[in-house]
Design a protein around this ligand. Sequence first.
Ligand code: UD1
Ligand code: MG
Length: 469
Amino acid sequence: MTKAAIILAAGQGTRMRSALPKVLHKIAGLPLLGHVAAALKGAGVDRIVVVTSAAGEDVRAYAGSLGAQSVIQAQQLGTGHAAACAGEVLKDFSGTLLIVNGDMPLVTSETILECLKAQGQTGLALLAFEAADPAAYGRVLRKSDGFLDRIVEYKDASPTERAVTLCNAGCYAADAQNFFRWAGALKNDNAQKEYYLTDVPALARAEGVECAIAVTDEVSVSGVNSRAELAEAESKFQDRVRARMLADGVTMTAPETVFFAHDTVVENDVEIEPFVVFGPGVAVKSGARLRSHSHLEGASVESGAIIGPFARLRPGAKIGENAHIGNFVEVKNAAIGKGAKANHLTYLGDAKVGEGANIGAGTITCNYNGFTKSVTEIGAHAFIGSDTALVAPVKIGDGAITGAGSVITKDVAADALAVVRGGLVEKAGWVTRIRADGRVEWIPPPQLDTGQARVNDYHHPENYLLCDD
Ligand code: UD1
Ligand code: MG
């Protein structure tokens, strides 16, 4: 059976106090709208219509990127009115329709399926949950047969009704054609003068269709209306991913300090030390180790590789089997070969590093000249001396060595040694002469306001005017 869904996303989101539309705020690197759409697709929904405000161009663009259609609700006259706005584009659709608030990012496909199952009982259903703190949610009042009596919005509720803890989640399922007939007949005679989606069940009952209630867990349906609720949702989402990772065989000594993106893929027997942060697009193979304080985004890490501590993998970083990326090493758009090592203080950008190569501390691929980006290629088993600047485009052949401190501006042949360095000058006995009384005139460094030198200043020859040299 075909299924379609309407996602309501035209609300102002005033409580977010943001220039960004509420549904584009992110949880684990993915906009709220993306989370809801993913849950719907996972539940077999193949057609999604997003209701946006006239100003919601960015929301429409994002909806398009998800393969969804969008419609404009010119004026925000309420959730019922918003859903009815999708009637025109879905007029040819006959099947089951879900109507979901765009601000419930923790909803899962399983939760959506619970709603669809309940809809099978009567033809109309909604999701409800027992709230620890019902706050301003609409209250769900049941009849003695278990079906819905009515939903009363917080602002319209009496004190007795407000004491009810069963709340409306904002997810409904109905036959599409019935739904649009009911939504078209809504009235706005309530405290907010809005067309409430929550009044649809009363119109259905008038036609003999009861509304079934699927009671689900509170976390999955919690709504985001403020920054505090956004942070709360992020925290719950992270807890959920951490629990899944642990269950799947990932080792974490302090899971509460590790932050995942919505799409992070980590295989079993990966070890993640405390304070590792994942941006979107990361895949880590079994047996890799991610050490503390590393940040990964758009990167892949093969089996046996060790990343960090304090490493940064940026988009396009591909770390090969058993490779080591150590502290204060940044890798961007670079493939690091099997067993290669860059253990300290290095930038590898737009580069290809061959198998078993050793990248010394302080190596920099100078990939950008202010106009264009260029590629550095380092051959297998090459040895890049500490503090080498590789001015791209440049190639270092297999097995070649560069001397420490070299600025390499042209290709180096396989197995060659390349050194670029000023000659070393050694002056025999110079220090002894400096220390001898009366042979130098002390010039205080400019930052000192007295002529008194500190111990260290005597070690800087430029602070002396030499009497003989
Ligand atoms: C709504 C429900 C409430 C439920 C709660 C769950 C109604 C009347 N109330 O309240 O029973 O407990 O969700 O979170 O439905 N929207 C539009 N156009 C509008 C108004 C809203 O598209 O004219 C969209 C919003 O962007 C949002 C969703 O509908 O994604 C819900 O709107 P919101 O204002 O958050 O409703 P709540 O007050 O949370
Ligand atoms: Mg809401």
